[in-house]
Design a protein around this ligand. Structure first.
Ligand SMILES: *Cc1c(COP(=O)(O)O)cnc(C)c1O
Length: 404
């Protein structure tokens, strides 16, 4: 398979794998082995000296995992990639690589809860400070960069309000000042958005979400634009800290990637229809979905995402109890965090994923008490709407107990 000259959908299925090198096996085999034998003492010495690039030990590299790394590097147009045991292992590996004690990290206004936890830990233990800013205004971003800013770390869309960050703008500033830009691309997958194309230096994924796509694996991926940097990370934060991916999980993710394009199309199409249904609903107050023309960042979505994604957040009329009752009345839609699975999932940010964020910051970010986040699955969209509708109907009955 020629490199780089195939389309994205094709690379999801073929990149990084040559069947002829694996006894013709159509599917990459699972190399379930901890270590690799050397044919003689000299070969072992050469491998350790880096003169022979065969495998040594699975924490330093494994053939099944390597296929996944090469495939995701091809999909994000990176120079190299590394696989980790979770999205958080990938996030911590890149941060540990880029920062030193005393540094500063500039972050988008919202980051994944455990990334927030990691930033707090870095501050407490290693005096690495961070700031969260709304990254809409160029002047504001430039003014927030300090002498010790070691990296810019952004998520877009930001969970759960679907606020977007303009990647061209951030990367222009980062590249100009020589500050590495890291983008958590979990919510989009490489099918909807490819940050390196705008000048980002690193992309991280929680592969647990859309890349796996079936809710059966936890994994993380890191893609970089420099092979030298990626090799350094392989031999330091990956090898020495050790948050590696297992061969079986890599195999599951390779299987997930084969259907990423068709799954994403369905997630996005379903979400579009459900967003339309929710937008016209009397019990829905606000809806956060970047595919809506009245979303404040609609123009950014148009510029950097090929479709609007599979996530919708919506605020319903009522109180926290109404939001909880609504979730409890659902019969098919499952109450769970995570996203990107075949099953439609719903969660309540205020009491779940964002319960650690102080109430006043939550309000400022638009995370209200009755906000619900829906990860639209692959079911028939009509069945998802019918389930939501019957739950809304029951709310009505409960809210007006005296009318019968
Ligand atoms: C889930 C998630 C993570 C963390 O990934 P894990 O695989 O759960 O460790 C990081 N960032 C985003 C945006 C996520 O949704």
């Amino acid at each position: 398979m020629g490199k780089g000259n195939k389309r994205l959908e094709t690379k999801m299925i073929h990149a990084g794998y040559q069947a002829a090198e694996h006894l013709g096996s159509l599917t990459p085999p699972i190399y379930q082995t901890s270590t690799f034998t050397f044919s003689n003492a000299e070969q072992g010495a050469e491998r350790f000296a880096g003169e022979d690039d065969g495998y040594i030990y699975s924490r330093l590299g494994n053939p099944t995992v390597r296929v996944l790394e090469e495939r995701i590097a091809a999909l994000e147009n990176g120079a190299g990639a590394l696989a980790f045991g979770s999205g958080m292992a990938a996030v911590s590996a890149i941060l540990f690589h880029l920062i030193q004690s005393g540094d500063h990290i500039l972050c988008s206004r919202g980051v994944y809860g455990c990334t927030f936890g990691l930033l707090e830990m870095l501050e407490g233990k290693f005096q690495i400070e961070h700031d969260f800013i709304e990254m809409a205004d160029e002047e504001r971003i430039r003014n927030s960069i300090k002498e010790n800013t070691a990296c810019i770390y952004v998520e877009t869309p930001i969970n759960p309000t679907m606020e977007l960050v303009d990647l061209s703008l951030i990367c222009k500033i980062g590249n100009e000042l020589n500050i590495p830009v890291v983008v958590d691309n979990t919510f989009c997958s490489p099918y909807l958005q490819q940050p390196l194309q705008y000048g980002a230096n690193y992309v991280v994924h929680s592969a647990t979400k859309y890349i796996g796509g079936h809710g059966d694996v936890v994994g993380g991926l890191l893609i970089g634009d420099s092979i030298e940097q990626m090799n350094t990370i392989r031999m330091t934060t990956q090898k020495d800290i050790g948050g590696i991916m297992s061969p079986f999980d890599a195999w599951l993710l390779l299987r997930g990637l084969k259907t990423l394009a068709v799954r994403m199309d369905r997630h996005c199409d379903n979400a579009k229809k459900i967003a339309r249904y929710l937008a016209g609903h009397a019990k829905v107050k606000t809806i956060y979905y970047p595919g809506n023309k009245d979303h404040p960042d609609y123009h950014i979505a148009k510029a950097q995402m090929t479709k609007a994604g599979g996530l919708i957040s919506f605020q319903i009329e009522g109180t926290i109890e109404t939001a909880q009752q609504f979730m409890n009345e659902l019969s098919m839609v499952k109450i769970a965090v995570s996203l990107g699975d075949a099953e439609t999932l719903i969660q309540h940010p205020v009491s779940m994923t964002h319960s650690i964020v102080p109430a006043e910051s939550r309000e400022k970010m638009g995370i209200h008490d009755t906000l619900l986040r829906l990860s639209v699955g692959l079911e028939a969209w009509e069945d998802i709407c019918e389930d939501l509708e019957q739950a809304f109907q029951k709310l009505k009955a409960a809210a007006l107990p005296t009318t019968q």
